[in-house]
Design a protein around this ligand. Structure first.
Ligand code: PLP
Length: 428
């Protein structure tokens, strides 16, 4: 397959957009080459500017769980657009999607809508700090919670000391309030809490990690976090921006029957429009302005087009709960197929998967945290990525990303993918 026009368009984009992209994950920095420019998408397929059709395993990094241009979502947006695209005033639609979300997700009474997952996580942490009257938070290495300052943190000099910024522009003052723990390591978390007694407002975690490949929690990890939080007056924030409305109608809270104090959403909840949300029991949510002291706002928050798309998406998922089972079966089928061909071709690998999330790591050891995820062989991944691209299959241009299975994928698509992986892995 040729990608000439994409390369030309990228060269034009680079002149006026930093790096040619509006979000760095879209660039091909980790794999080399230039990004694919999309013209349209439908169901499981992307159609690019060179006229290629690609099977899509990224799906806008998560939102398109029912496939691209899902008809009820598209219709909802078109109909709403005719009635005006933004008012900065309340609409009934906001209550409808809020009520549906609250009915689908356990342990939440109220939800506030924002415009991105970043905003949701940032606001959730502010709310937790306001509610507990404490400043510090614990996050896990390799978990991504958007690009706000408090989360762009790497390990500091000592394991029990504060974090340090991992981007210029994040101040040392901000970084000192974020403590970094290892995923799936409860002892590490307990040590941090002990060393910072009564100072920690919240632990924020991807309850199934998806931003260092797919890493499900070890047995007991989430239960342990819940207990540590309860024992120490800390709020447990589940960042379900990726997993919410994906791994189950009620997200990971439902899947593993564990109650978080605050839950963050994004991606699926917006049906492909820019939406994020955070939710909690009333006692916590009532701490938000205008009824509480913690300030949070947004001119375009609860935007009618975004809410219409989100509502149509949630209605589709709510009315067909079998979808989560279907997705899990497709993922398991793909995982088994990949496992078989990679073994046959003597490739060193590990496959992680849960529900509709899957990742292939080119290392033999179990991938359980950022450290083990980073061990994957990136040279093999590059060959894998570009090989699949030539076969008309689009996976994320980074070894640290999860693939997302959509309901639109057919078993023929999955078989085609497995055959392509067989062919590509013979060239490693
Ligand atoms: C994507 C993601 C975010 C950030 O959401 P944006 O809409 O990109 O700001 C936050 N947390 C998790 C777990 C994510 O996967």
């Amino acid at each position: 397959m040729l990608y000439h026009r994409s390369s030309q368009l990228f060269a034009e984009a680079e002149k006026v957009i930093p790096g040619g992209v509006n979000s760095p994950v879209r660039a091909f920095k980790a794999v080399g080459g230039t990004p694919i420019f999309v013209k349209s998408a439908k169901g499981a397929y992307l159609y690019d500017e060179d006229g290629n059709r690609l099977i899509d395993y990224i799906n806008s990094w998560g939102p398109m769980i029912l496939g691209h241009a899902y008809e009820p979502v598209v219709q909802a947006v078109i109909e709403k657009a005719k009635l005006g695209t933004s008012f900065g005033m309340p609409t009934e639609l906001e209550t409808q999607i809020a009520a549906l979300a609250v009915s689908m997700v356990p342990n939440i009474d109220k939800i506030r809508f924002v415009n991105s997952g970043t905003e949701a996580c940032m606001s959730a942490v502010r709310l937790a700090r306001g509610f507990t009257k404490r400043d510090k938070i614990i996050k896990f290495a390799g978990c991504y919670h958007g690009h706000s300052d408090s989360f762009l943190i790497q390990a500091g000099s000592g394991a029990i000391t504060f974090g340090s910024p991992n981007s210029p522009g994040v101040t040392a003052g901000t970084a000192k309030d974020t403590l970094l723990a290892q995923y799936n390591d409860l002892e590490n978390v307990a040590t941090l809490i002990e060393a910072n007694k009564n100072e920690i407002a919240a632990i924020i975690v991807e309850p199934v990690a998806g931003n260092m490949g797919c890493i499900p929690p070890n047995k007991g990890f989430l239960e342990g976090l819940r207990q540590l939080c309860t024992d120490n007056g800390i709020l447990l924030i589940f960042d379900e921006v990726m997993t919410g409305f994906r791994l189950a109608a009620g997200g990971v809270q439902e899947l593993f029957n564990i109650a978080a104090d605050i839950v963050c959403f994004g991606k699926v909840i917006g049906g492909g429009l820019p939406v994020g949300a955070f939710a909690a029991r009333a006692e916590i949510m009532n701490y938000l302005s205008p009824i509480g002291p913690v300030y949070q706002a947004g001119t375009l928050s609860g935007n009618p087009l975004a809410m219409a798309a989100g509502l149509a998406m949630l209605q589709a998922l709510d009315s067909d709960r079998a979808i989560f089972q279907r997705l899990e079966e497709k993922t398991a089928y793909l995982a088994a197929g990949i496992d078989k061909v990679l073994k046959a071709n003597n490739v060193t690998f590990t496959i992680n998967s849960i529900g509709s999330m899957i990742s292939v790591h080119f290392d033999a050891a179990p991938v359980v945290d950022f450290h083990t995820a980073a061990k994957g062989d990136n040279e093999t991944f590059k060959k894998f990525f570009h090989g699949l691209l030539q076969e008309g299959i689009y996976i994320a241009p980074s070894a640290y990303e999860t693939w997302f299975i959509t309901d639109a994928l057919t078993y023929e698509d999955l078989d085609f993918t497995i055959r392509a992986i067989d062919k590509v892995s013979k060239t490693f």
